[in-house]
Design a binder for this molecule. Structure first.
Ligand code: PEP
Ligand code: MG
Length: 593
């Protein structure tokens, strides 16, 4: 592939932390590469000057943060303000200031290095803290330290630049204040080497609605300022040097996304009930507990999939039981959420290789992942199961096992879970008495033996992302075969139908939590199949609710019946999109979107 200018087109996959699509020009921003200088003060007399310099930089930083805060107050909601407040508190923290001054005085060193030493000291302390959230807050202290250092170097010269209306920032990492500044400077979007969804930078990006992709590892080394670039924060993709055809496709997507966002939010709070009174439960899929407020505000009634493996992201160590517990406690029994479906670790596959036990495999999607890995590492598995059982004392909890391919796996997983639960009860530790147990149906063999699996569980949740991958033999992360990735393939529809029919016959509730559940074009088909729950990316909920509210079960069944008579995926796709376009002209104007 290549564009007219001969530049290579390439696509990078990262973590989409703030949805939306932007198309613009790269602006490489490498402040965080800057090294902190070290020097000794030539004379003891210079110490008081250095302390003064440090205090002046503190004042300047405070002034800048207050400026950002004031502008944000006018432009955005409460969340970014709170983050800036945290930074202001750090800036005024007596310990932080005193330690730094002490280093300057005792060691006769420059203020920049003294700040670095203070931050290192805090990092050592924070690393010992058990609580994951608190541990992550060292990044705030680092950001504040960088801000003061920047001001020591002479003010704003390294602040996020005003790069014009087409600018997209590419950086190693960014601070939340930088992100807020970006909104003020009207930066289109950003992409970074580092970062994950829990970082405050990501939270601010979502709050101020700047599309962003993080965790791209080395994008700063692969692009140059002024390269053309597309950031797709919804899909977690970045396209560098896109050809004109790609730009057109993404431009259509962008327009569609923006119009849709505006108009759908009003459907968020309404129940997902068809005109003829068929009710579907609506869940939110989350990777991080920070997404809960968005899930609730976008209309999730419960959490249908918590991808707990993300607790493990960017970590050297597996999470402790307390870390697991504090995460689960944040979604179980929370006001506004009626249930919480916690999926046990789905490590392996394309996710996270940082554990040596997850050594690189030739075919990771078919390798030692998910439940297979957990059943091999039983001690690790028990830590997670104990935490889930403890959290279940606080509200409606569903535990879900991923990648089940045979009956032995679910029996073994249950055996271990009940052992852990009984142990807790014996020790007098409270455990919920109505925990539901379910399996993800995402391997074709699980569909085929769904009747047997149904005897073991309370619910199924269809993971179409993997089910399609395994049923159609398409690597879900290989962009060369994505054209074959087709939820409307007749084989996929038959598999889904079989799971729902078999589940219902056995009295088992059937949910869907793969991406298919959040695609409005497929909703009537899923209604026709009488799915019990749809769980999706929270931002997709309002649109899906709209389709449900404006459909009837009767017409959905008729559509399904017709669709099931076709043998070709292409014919089904055309038929379904034509139908939906006619039925919902406002929603389905463009082909295939
Ligand atoms: C799926 O496979 O459909 C699913 C929901 O799980 P994940 O995308 O995490 O594999
Ligand atoms: Mg899966």
């Amino acid at each position: 592939m290549g564009d007219d200018a001969g530049k290579r087109t390439f696509v990078l996959k990262g973590i989409g932390v703030s949805p939306g699509i932007v198309i613009g020009k790269v602006h490489l921003f490498d402040r965080f590469d800057a090294r902190v200088s070290f020097y000794r003060l030539r004379e003891k007399d210079l110490v008081s000057e250095e302390v003064k310099r440090f205090k002046a930089a503190l004042k300047e930083s405070e002034k800048q943060l207050l400026e950002v805060k004031n502008k944000l107050r006018e432009l955005a909601g409460r969340e970014p303000l709170y983050i800036i407040d945290v930074h202001l508190l750090i800036l005024k923290d007596k310990m932080f200031i005193n330690h730094t001054i002490q280093y300057i005085k005792d060691l006769c060193i420059n203020a920049e290095w003294a700040i670095k030493m203070t931050i290192d000291r805090y990092r050592d302390i924070f690393e010992k803290v058990e609580d994951e959230y608190l541990k992550g807050r060292i990044s705030d202290i680092r950001y504040v330290g960088q801000m003061i250092t920047r001001n020591l170097a002479g003010g704003k010269k390294d602040a996020v630049p005003d790069i014009g209306a087409k600018g997209i920032i590419i950086a190693v990492d960014l601070s939340p204040a930088d992100t807020a500044q970006m909104m003020i400077n009207k930066v289109l979007g950003f992409a970074t080497d580092m970062g994950g969804k829990t970082s405050h930078t990501a939270i601010v990006a979502r709050a101020v609605e700047i599309p962003a992709v993080v965790g791209l590892e080395s994008i700063t080394k692969m692009v140059r300022t002024n390269d053309d670039i597309i950031v797709d924060g919804s899909a977690g993709l970045v396209v560098v040097n896109p050809d004109p055809e790609m730009i057109k496709v993404y431009d259509d997507k962008r327009r569609h996304f923006e119009i849709a966002q505006e108009s759908f939010l009003k459907y968020a709070k309404l129940p997902a009930v068809t005109r003829d009174n068929y009710k579907v439960d609506i869940g939110g899929n989350i990777e991080f507990i920070e997404e809960i407020p968005t899930a609730i505000s976008h209309g999730a009634e419960g959490i249908g999939l918590y991808r707990t493996e993300f607790i493990y992201i960017n970590k050297e160590q597996l999470p402790t039981e307390e870390e697991h517990f504090s995460n689960y406690r944040s979604i179980v029994g929370v006001e506004g959420l009626k249930w919480a479906t916690i999926r046990t670790f789905d490590l392996g596959g394309d996710k996270f290789y940082s554990d040596p036990k997850l050594a690189k495999e030739m075919n990771p999607q078919l390798g030692l992942r998910a439940i297979r890995f957990c059943l091999k590492e039983v001690d690790m598995f028990k830590v997670q199961l104990r935490a889930i059982a403890r959290a279940s004392a606080f509200g409606k909890t569903r535990i879900m096992f991923p990648m089940i391919s045979g009956i032995e796996e679910i029996r073994e997983a249950k055996r271990i879970f009940f052992e852990v639960k009984d142990d807790l009860i014996t020790k007098g530790i409270p455990v919920g008495d109505d925990i539901e147990i379910g399996v993800m149906i995402e391997v074709p063999s699980a569909v085929i033996i769904a009747d047997e699996l149904a005897k073991e569980v309370d619910f199924f949740s269809i993971g179409t992302n993997d089910l399609i991958q395994y049923a159609l033999a398409i690597d879900r992360i290989n962009e060369r075969v994505t054209y074959l990735y087709e939820p409307l393939h007749p084989a996929v529809l038959r598999l889904i139908k079989q799971v729902i029919d078999v589940g219902h016959k056995a009295g088992v509730r059937v949910a869907m939590c793969g991406e298919m559940a959040g695609e409005p074009a497929y909703i009537m088909i899923l209604l026709g199949l009488e799915i019990d729950e749809l769980s999706m990316n929270p931002l997709a909920i309002p649109r899906v609710k709209k389709v449900i509210q404006e459909s009837t079960l009767e017409e959905s069944k008729a559509l399904l019946e017709k669709v099931m008579t076709f043998s070709s995926a292409a014919v089904i796709r055309e038929f379904v999109y034509n139908y939906m376009r006619e039925r919902f002209p406002e929603e389905f104007q463009t082909n295939g979107t």
